[in-house]
Write a protein that binds this ligand. Structure first.
Ligand code: AMP
Length: 527
């Protein structure tokens, strides 16, 4: 029976059993398990040895991680875990206003920042944030910026590593913020028990091994990174981080590092295919390919099967609210296609998860009938931080069980396999990022002064969107200045590339902006 659910336990275990094995590699930097554990424990000691490091109301303390993917980000996440804290990734790609909203929501006890992250810590953020900032690399800030103590990670004294702090299954392991319809991002709280359940399940299901070299392509603020980091460390394998600046050279990266496990959203594979980087057998070293986070098109799979002939391909499905991935489909030949669409089925629930398709009243529908996909089981989130009403509506209790309503339109076929048919609401994926169109609209209304606005994900190719176009109900608009102002409020992937004024906004029968008609307008314009 597991007694300590701390996510750092696996790293601690491998550091003792196999200290010299590589744990993380990024460009010229790499750390063995022993080095990674020592650095994380050192960071943890800096947090836990402070007099104010005490749980309030039994809750784990929260530590923000302001870092882009890299060795320092891994040390920061593990250090926070080691200290028994809930880690909260803060994306570097969001404007200051959005970070301020996040800080106001979470009550952080400390921030750990990498070099790039530390540069973003403006006067305003420091005033609104916690009183302790631990940073890597050179900080432009004085050791004490106002009331905030700045600690350079490089100056932390060596420690005799202590075990990772005890964490119960019910403690919150991490909080990941996703786009929210009201204009305010929602913090999804995942317990240590759910995270541990996912990691043991998926590493067994994928048959991950200590000899593996696995790819990291995600930022910490996307929960796919939880899979990438912790499923790799679960088995004592090595995580190879692909820097954001070299994603288009991913094939070369796999070959030169002899990677065996690929992890990414399908969009990355789609882009590699587009630039003709997926030559036959160009990814021969891969034995496992994990695609997840958005629909997986048949065209991507076919190209991948020829580029990576020795690899099993899996399509993993899941919302952040059900701990990374909860349904899985192995992709063989013939392709497990969703009828009428050129995308892969999402398969069946992973062990410990339950999936159902329900009608508007939460009643199960017959196989072959479309409805909303709901998920129950060991991986369902505790809810949204500080949003009890939203939590109650998205996590209803049906038949005595707590479910998460995914908002995905789905159907189950006669074999028990699930198919994702799209969204019930206006959530979209833009280049792998989850976006609620209403969040863009909320900010657009403020900066444009127009009441009636509507954004759509456009253009779309192979069922994937690569950008946003917004419309405002007005006779004219200074699009450039609206976009400029939105830059202060939204991360780059949510920024409309165009803002178009429409004197008469198309409305549907319920009087809402008709996004379908807006799509048609742009399709027509594009010819
Ligand atoms: P996120 O919380 O960012 O992981 O986004 C979750 C949403 O992404 C789901 O509710 C689906 O709409 C979509 N999604 C995730 N994985 C898949 C998949 N394998 N196939 C189709 N859609 C997916």
């Amino acid at each position: 029976m597991l007694t300590n659910y701390n996510l750092a336990c696996a790293v601690n275990h491998h550091a003792m059993a196999n200290p010299d094995a590589p744990a993380v590699v990024c460009q010229a930097r790499s750390l063995t398990y022993a080095e990674l554990a020592e650095r994380a424990a050192r960071l943890a000691a800096c947090l836990t040895h402070r007099p104010d490091w005490q749980r309030h109301d039994g809750q784990a303390l929260r530590v923000g991680i302001l870092a882009s993917r890299g060795v320092d980000a891994c040390v920061a996440v593990l250090g926070a875990c080691w200290a028994g804290a809930t880690y909260v990734p803060i994306s570097l790609k969001q404007p200051e206003e959005r970070v301020l909203t996040l800080l106001a929501q979470c009550g952080l006890s400390a921030i750990i920042a990498d070099d790039e992250g530390a540069k973003l810590l403006s006067e305003r953020l420091l005033t609104a944030g916690p009183r302790l900032v631990i940073h890597a690399g050179q900080s432009l800030l004085a050791p004490r910026a106002g009331a905030v103590e700045m600690v350079d990670m490089a100056t932390l004294p060596p420690v005799t590593p202590e075990e990772p702090a005890p964490m119960a299954a019910s403690d919150t392991a991490y909080i990941i913020f996703t786009s929210g319809t009201t204009g305010v991002p929602k913090g999804v709280m995942i317990s240590a028990g759910s995270a541990r359940h996912y990691l043991t399940t998926i590493s067994e299901w994928l048959d991950l091994r200590a000899s593996d070299r696995a790819l990291e392509t995600c930022e910490l603020s996307f929960d796919f990174s939880v899979h990438n980091m912790f499923s790799t460390w679960e088995v004592g394998a090595a995580l190879h981080i692909l820097p954001a600046t070299t994603v288009m050279n991913a094939v070369k990266f796999v070959r030169s590092s002899g990677l065996t496990v690929w992890n990414s959203v399908p969009a990355l594979a789609g882009m590699l295919r587009q630039i003709k980087a997926l030559a036959p057998e160009s990814l021969a070293s891969l034995r496992v390919t994990v695609f997840g986070g958005e629909q997986l098109p048949a065209s991507t799979v076919t190209a991948w099967q020829s580029a990576a002939p020795n690899s099993v391909i899996v399509n993993l499905y899941g919302p952040t609210e059900a701990t990374v991935f909860c349904l899985a489909q192995r992709v063989g030949k013939p392709l497990p296609l969703t009828p009428g669409r050129n995308v892969m089925a999402i398969g069946t629930p992973l062990p410990g998860n339950e999936a159902r398709v329900v009608d508007a009243h939460g009643q199960p529908v017959a196989d072959g009938t479309a409805g909303e996909l709901v998920i129950a089981g060991d991986q369902v989130a505790d809810g949204y931080l500080g949003a009890d009403e939203l939590t109650a509506s998205r996590f209803p209790t049906l038949d005595g069980k707590r479910w998460y309503r995914t908002g995905d339109l789905a159907q189950r076929d006669a074999t028990g396999c699930f198919h994702c048919l799209g969204r019930i609401d206006n959530q979209v994926k833009v280049l792998g990022h989850r976006v609620e169109l209403e969040e863009i609209d909320a900010h657009l209304r403020i900066v444009s002064g127009a009441d009636v606005v509507g954004s759509i994900a456009w253009p779309q190719a192979n069922g994937m969107a690569s950008g946003i176009v917004s419309f405002v109900g007005a006779s004219t608009i200074d699009a450039d200045s609206v976009i400029d102002e939105l830059k202060n409020r939204l991360p780059p992937y949510m920024l409309p590339r165009r803002v178009i004024a429409l004197e008469r906004m198309p409305l549907n029968s319920s009087g809402k902006v008709d996004r379908r008609e807006l799509h048609q307008l742009l399709d027509k314009e594009a010819g």
